[in-house]
Design a protein around this ligand. Structure first.
Ligand SMILES: CSCCC(=O)C(=O)COP(=O)(O)O
Ligand SMILES: [Zn+2]
Length: 200
């Protein structure tokens, strides 16, 4: 493992520990990735099936745009193919996926997309407080190609998030820190929407 990949692994493990502390990576849920090369697209992604709150710098796997690895030992996240698709289509440098509850409840209530408006926290999502932002919802699938096609069909460059019904949320950004800030603000926005009954 090169020093660069190890550094990516350290950063991914630290982010996972934060999300776990927030209760957004229960059990072995969730996965994170960073782009380490654009041509050909190569991502460092968290390993599959481990408690994401206990990862070390070694628990990272290099994958291509389809989520395939040549690593003979480590198994990449089962959702690595969707990370690759999101990074390819959006140009993001980091993709984060967690199983926070509010995004899943919101997707259940508004399966055609969750509309957010007139909230200061929209600024933390890269938008104006008076913008109307619709976060897309796609049905869950075990097939990352199906999920990737559904994501791409509804992709808008100004909405860096995807809700996967009965599953979780994906958010992306230039790097892990920007992706985290967007995710934290989006989770707040979705919790507000769900807890206020979505009146506005
Ligand atoms: C209870 S976790 C189910 C799988 C999942 O949705 C997830 O986010 C974790 O999968 P991974 O292969 O990345 O461990
Ligand atoms: Zn998941």
């Amino acid at each position: 493992m090169t020093a660069d990949v190890r550094a990516a692994g350290e950063a991914l493990a630290a982010e996972c520990a934060r999300y776990t502390a927030m209760g957004w990576m229960r059990g072995t849920s969730g996965n994170l990735s960073v782009v380490v090369d654009r041509d050909p697209l190569t991502l460092a992604v968290t390993v599959s099936g481990k408690d994401k709150g206990e990862l070390t710098a070694d628990d990272v796997v290099l994958v291509d745009a389809r989520g395939t690895t040549e690593d003979p030992v480590r198994v990449p996240s089962a959702e690595a193919g969707l990370h690759g698709r999101i990074a390819a289509v959006s140009g993001a440098g980091a993709v984060v996926h967690v199983h926070a509850l509010a995004p899943v409840v919101a997707a259940e209530r508004w399966p055609g997309g969750v509309e957010l408006r007139d909230l200061e926290m929209l600024k933390g999502f890269g938008r104006r407080a008076d913008d109307v932002v619709t976060v897309p919802v796609v049905p869950n699938s075990q097939d990352m190609g199906v999920l990737g096609d559904a994501f791409e069909a509804g992709f808008r460059a100004d909405v860096p998030a995807l809700l996967v019904a009965r599953h979780g949320v994906y958010v992306w950004g230039d790097d892990l820190l920007r992706a985290r800030h967007r995710l934290e603000c989006l989770e707040w926005l979705l919790r507000f929407k769900v807890e206020t009954g979505g009146v506005r």
